[in-house]
Design a protein around this ligand. Structure first.
Ligand code: ADP
Ligand code: MG
Length: 318
């Protein structure tokens, strides 16, 4: 268990600034998610931390030690990439044993550790299967077991659940969170899925164009976004013009549809999302999105309503 520091890390590919003076401090045992659109530099940062590539400028410290110039094997990092395939010709057991065997671990210890790791990801009954005999979710759990079996100081996960369907992804998110808590391993997860980032992490780092937009607890980034980009990327945002010329964000679930007393609006669309309904509303030139629990009789398209919100739910953005 250890901490990670990035100090003014930059990585340039010709004219492309894949990472642009990134500062990040991840505490021991913390779970940080790097969130950003495709091409924002997420994988670049993970590769730099893992030692798979070298920064153009800046320093990387792991456990207080400057590892900027150290090769990957000196960083004791467990990695799971979306495309980091299992060895197809090896059993589940041998796949998970691999990082131990390359470290010359004795056979007894290998046996114990592999079975303990498989137990943690609930695959102990499948040690002798080949990857092709497992579902996608089971394969990702094997990849996870292989990443932490050698007791790495840090775990780096690059879109590990990206290829799975929604239900399975949500199940594995819960398992991943529980596993990380149990192991207490410092973890950085990369994703472009804002729900995944908000639900899993202690803090999120939002990235765009290789630059840090905000580092904050999920709730903080969602309700108090640092700028318009973060507000938009972390879910649906209603932007309201303030008298001083700035804009303010109000999240859909903070907007109430009432009979009077607020901003006049007309229901343009009602989208059923299971437990909640999302209303798309027009108020003169402006458009709003509101989300309400699906209880009682919902509003119909064409209904005239009045939109209200609390002053405390309005957050000005740059
Ligand atoms: P993400 O993981 O957020 O999708 P990446 O870190 O893969 O983004 O890429 C960030 C930027 O750096 C992109 O513009 C990408 O094209 C560029 N890039 C990444 N790796 C290389 C490379 N090896 N050579 C040239 N450009 C690269
Ligand atoms: Mg990537």
């Amino acid at each position: 268990m250890t901490d990670i520091r990035l100090e003014a890390i930059s990585k340039h590919y010709g004219a492309v600034r894949a990472a642009d003076s990134v500062d990040l401090a991840v505490a021991q045992g913390e779970f940080v998610t790097i969130l950003g659109p495709s091409g924002s530099g997420k994988t670049t940062l993970l590769s730099l931390i893992a030692g798979l590539s070298q920064p153009s400028a800046g320093r990387i410290l792991i456990g207080g030690r400057d590892v900027t110039a150290s090769p990957p094997q000196q960083r004791n990092v467990g990695l799971v990439f979306q495309s980091y395939a299992l060895f197809p010709h090896m059993s589940v057991f041998d796949n998970v044993a691999f990082p131990l065997r390359v470290r010359n671990t004795t056979a007894d210890v290998v046996g114990d550790r592999v079975m303990a790791a498989l137990e943690l990801v609930q695959l102990h009954g499948m040690a002798q299967r080949r990857p092709a005999q497992l579902s996608g979710g089971q394969q990702q759990r094997v990849a996870l077991a292989r990443a932490f079996v050698f007791e790495p100081d840090i775990l780096l996960l690059d879109e590990p659940l990206g290829a799975l369907d929604r239900k399975l992804r949500e199940e594995l998110q819960v398992e991943l969170k529980q596993l990380q808590r149990r192991l207490g391993v410092t973890t950085i997860l990369v994703t472009h899925d804002q729900e995944e980032a908000l639900s899993l992490s202690d803090r999120v780092m939002v990235l765009d164009g290789g630059q840090v937009q905000q580092i904050a607890a999920p709730q903080e980034a969602y309700l108090r976004p640092a700028n318009r980009f973060v507000a938009d990327f972390l879910g649906i945002a209603n932007f309201i013009a303030l008298p001083d010329g700035r804009e303010a964000v109000v999240r859909p679930e903070r907007i109430r549809l009432e009979a009077s007393g607020g901003r006049d609006a007309i229901v343009a669309e009602a989208v059923y999302l299971g437990q909640i309904i999302r209303y798309h509303l027009t108020a003169g030139e402006d458009k709003f999105v509101a989300a309400a629990p699906f209880v009682g009789r919902p509003h119909a398209i064409g209904d005239h309503v009045s939109l209200t919100w609390d002053a405390a739910d309005v957050w000005p953005v740059a």
